[in-house]
Design a protein around this ligand. Structure first.
Ligand code: CP
Ligand code: NVA
Length: 308
């Protein structure tokens, strides 16, 4: 995967996705054994953030440091981007200094444009449309907790947002059964559902979009949710709180899931809204391991796209 961009999971083959997961498993095992390979000595990652971040920023920065490289936090407000330098020109220039760029922004088209102009790998650290690095880490977590990916039923309950889109792409590529339950009007993008259905046909997986959360979680191995109002949707928070009420992941909903089911959330969580304390702090919750796995997966992504 050397030189590749990670802009959308739709662009990766199932084999590449599994290669990232396997590489992360390797890095995780090495780290737990007190060994730290340093394949990125002398390499620099630039990180552009147009939105806040805790997990993505810290895990990428720590991953670069532990692999022997260096990460630069390029807050968007401090770049000439803010004064009108184009995203493409920014990409051309940064390509002369850096070995890869990680960007978190609003418009997915900006990330595509940056990747086209840059001559170094561009990694999508979240857009309004998708969150591929999150879902690569989640696949590692699901494999660890449920022993496999193929045939696993994941029920995503809540907003048909960036995380839902990447779960649809990633899950369908690796043969999972991904069910999304959303209120009407908040469904995932129809184009994403269509492409994910094609990927599922090829992998033996399955994709469903429903309105009923109870039906979605029936027999699920994984119940997943995310915030009802994403970054940039703060003005809609109140309205969304009303609409999404019946989609809260609480003890009653978890009780409908399959035996041994786990609860996942990309975090940050709005406790008392999309998930109750009882669930996120309960025995089925794997959210802290899920957050940890962001570090191992970032190492894998970085080593594969910029490593020697
Ligand atoms: N899950 C996730 O991407 O978290 P941050 O917004 O903290 O990076
Ligand atoms: N859907 C959320 C994910 C945060 C990691 C957002 O975009 O704000």
């Amino acid at each position: 995967m050397k030189g590749r961009d990670v802009v959308s999971l739709a662009d990766l083959t199932a084999e590449e996705i599994m290669q990232v997961v396997a590489t992360a498993e390797h890095f995780k095992m090495m780290a737990k054994a007190g060994m730290q390979p340093r394949p990125l000595v002398g390499k620099t990652l630039g990180m552009i953030f147009h939105k806040p971040s805790t997990r993505t920023r810290v895990s990428f920065e720590v991953a670069m440091a532990q692999l022997g490289g260096h990460a630069l936090n390029l807050t968007a407000a401090e770049l000439q981007l803010r004064r009108g330098e184009t995203i493409a020109d920014t990409g051309r220039v940064l390509s002369r200094y850096l070995d890869a760029i990680m960007i978190r922004t609003y418009s997915h088209a900006d990330v595509v444009e940056l990747a086209q102009a840059a001559t170094i790998p561009v990694i999508n650290g979240l857009t309004d449309f998708s969150h591929p690095c999150q879902i690569l880490g989640d696949l590692l977590t699901i494999k660890e907790k449920r022993g496999r990916l193929e045939g696993i039923k994941l029920a995503y309950v809540g907003d048909g947002n960036n995380v839902a889109h990447s779960l649809l792409f990633g899950g369908s590529k690796v043969g999972m059964h991904v069910v999304v339950a959303t209120p009407r009007g908040y469904e995932p993008d129809a184009g994403v559902v269509e492409r994910a259905s094609e990927f599922a046909r090829a992998s033996g997986g399955r994709v469903e979009v429903l309105a009923d959360p109870l039906q979605a979680v029936a027999g699920a191995d994984v119940v997943y949710t995310d915030v009802w109002a994403s970054m940039g949707q703060e003005a809609q928070e109140e309205e969304r709180r009303r609409v999404f009420g019946p989609y809260q992941v609480n003890g009653d909903l978890m009780a409908r899931a399959g035996p041994g089911s786990v609860f996942m959330h990309c975090l940050p969580a709005h406790r008392g809204q999309e998930v109750t304390d009882e669930v996120i702090d309960g025995p089925q919750s794997v959210v802290w391991d899920q957050a940890e796995n962001r570090l191992h997966i970032q190492k894998a992504i970085l080593a594969l796209v910029i490593g020697g």
